[in-house]
Ligand binder design. Structure first.
Ligand code: SAM
Ligand code: DTB
Ligand code: SF4
Length: 334
C-alpha cells in the first residue's frame, strides 16, 4: 500500500506558525481540524492506574516517583477482573477509549506482563479502544501487546530534548525514542505528547512539537498535559501555565499533525471552561473523563457533560478508528 505522505516541517516553519497572532493561529488550526475531523465531536477517554506508586524513575513532575515526597498510596498490579469492571463502567459512561497506566520504568516479562495482555484482550472484547502506558518496552513486548489487540501505546516525550535533563535524569530522551520505535515496529499506534508548565521556554515547546511531528509515523494521539503541581514533587511550586501558550501549543499540534487526536489530558481542573472551549476550537478533540486521572483529580462526569452540552459538543461514537476513518474533506495531504 502506498504510504500517505506526511509533510516534513522545519524548525523555522514551526517557529513561524507558533509566533503568529493568536487568533489567526487558532483560526488556521480550526480550519485544519474541520478538514480532517468531524467538527464538534470529542472522544471521551478514561484512565485507570493499574499499578500505583513506587516508580524508580525520577520524573520531577510525578507523584509516583520514589525520588519525590508526594503522598501516594502504593498499589501493586491490579487483577484482570477489577480492571475490566472499571472498563465496563467507563464504557457505560460514554468512554470509547480505556487507558491503563502503570507506574514503572519498564514492565518485566512474566506473570505481570501476561496479566496486562489479558486486560488488553478484555477491554478490546468490550468494543473499546485499549491504550497502555507501562514505561519502556522491548520490541518483543510490543509485538505481544499488538497480538493482544492493543490499539495504542502511550509514551510521552514530555518536553524538548534540550529541557529533558532538567526534568528526568534516570533515562535519556533517546530511551524514549527507542521505545517509540519499538511501538512503531510492532504496528501499534503511538500516543505521544508532553507537559506544558515545567519551566520550559517557548523554544522548548516548539522543539518538542518539531520532534513529535517528525516521528515516522506521526502519533495517532497527542496528549497535551498541563502540569498538575503535586505537593512533594520538585515542581510543586511551578507557576501556573500561561493559558495562551497552552492554546498555541494545541493549535500548532493540530496544524502539524492534522490526523491525530489531540487530547486535553492532565490539568483540566485548573482550566476554565472558556479556556477549554478555545482549546477545542483550536483543534483539541478528546478529553479524559472521570473524577480521577491516575493519582490526581479530574473534573466530575457531570461537569464535563454540562460543558459539552453548553458548547454543543457530542461524544465521538465507539469504534470510529481515529487513524483510518478520519473524515478528510480536503484535497491536499498537508
Ligand atoms: N510510567 C509511564 C511513563 O512514564 O511513561 C506511564 C505513566 S506516566 C504517569 C504518563 C504520563 O503522565 C507522563 O509521561 C506525563 O506526561 C504525565 N504526567 C504524570 N504526572 C503528571 C503531572 N503531575 N502533571 C501533568 N502530567 C503528568
Ligand atoms: C498522558 O499524557 N496523560 C495521562 C495519560 N497520558 C496516561 C496521565 C496524566 C497523569 C496526571 C497525573 C496523575 O494523575 O498522576
Ligand atoms: Fe514513573 Fe512514569 Fe511517574 Fe516517571 S512519569 S516517575 S516513569 S510513573
Amino acid at each position: 500500500m502506498k504510504k500517505h505522505p506526511t509533510k516534513i516541517w522545519s524548525l523555522e516553519e514551526i517557529n513561524g506558525i507558533y509566533d503568529r497572532p493568536l487568533l489567526d493561529l487558532v483560526f488556521e488550526a480550526a480550519g485544519t481540524h474541520r478538514n480532517y475531523h468531524t467538527p464538534g465531536e470529542v472522544q471521551l477517554c478514561t484512565l485507570l492506574s493499574i499499578k500505583t506508586g513506587g516508580c524508580t524513575e525520577d520524573c520531577k513532575y510525578c507523584s509516583q516517583s520514589i525520588h519525590n515526597k508526594a503522598k501516594v498510596e502504593r498499589k501493586p498490579l491490579m487483577g484482570v477482573d477489577d480492571v475490566l469492571t472499571a472498563a465496563r463502567a467507563a464504557k457505560n459512561s460514554g468512554s470509547t477509549r480505556f487507558c491503563m497506566g502503570a507506574a514503572t520504568r519498564e514492565i518485566k516479562d512474566g506473570r505481570g506482563f501476561n496479566r496486562v495482555l489479558d486486560m488488553v484482550k478484555g477491554v478490546r472484547a468490550m468494543g473499546m479502544e485499549a491504550c497502555c502506558t507501562l514505561g519502556m518496552l522491548t520490541e518483543n513486548q510490543a509485538k505481544k501487546l499488538k497480538e493482544a489487540g492493543l490499539t495504542a501505546y502511550n509514551h510521552n516525550l514530555d518536553t524538548s530534548k534540550e529541557h529533558y535533563t532538567n526534568v528526568v535524569t534516570t533515562r535519556t530522551y533517546q530511551d524514549r525514542l527507542d521505545t517509540i520505535a519499538n511501538v512503531a515496529k510492532a504496528g501499534i499506534s503511538l500516543c505521544c505528547g508532553g507537559i506544558i508548565g515545567m519551566g520550559e521556554s517557548r523554544e522548548d515547546r516548539i522543539s518538542m512539537l518539531h520532534t513529535l511531528a517528525s516521528l515516522d509515523p506521526q502519533p495517532e494521539s497527542v496528549p497535551i498535559n498541563a502540569l498538575v503541581p503535586v505537593d512533594g514533587t520538585p515542581l510543586q511550586d511551578a507557576p501556573p501555565i500561561d493559558i495562551f501558550e497552552w492554546i498555541r501549543t494545541i493549535a500548532v499540534a493540530r496544524i502539524l499533525m492534522p490526523k491525530a487526536m489531540v487530547r486535553l489530558s492532565a490539568g483540566r481542573l485548573s482550566l476554565s471552561r472558556e479556556a477549554q472551549a478555545l482549546a477545542i476550537m483550536a483543534g483539541a478533540n478528546s478529553i479524559f473523563t472521570g473524577e480521577k486521572l491516575l493519582t490526581t483529580p479530574n473534573p466530575q462526569w457531570n461537569e464535563d457533560s454540562e460543558m459539552m452540552k453548553a458548547l454543543g459538543l457530542t461524544p465521538r461514537p465507539p469504534e470510529k478508528d481515529s487513524h483510518h476513518d478520519s473524515v478528510c474533506r480536503c484535497s491536499t495531504t498537508a
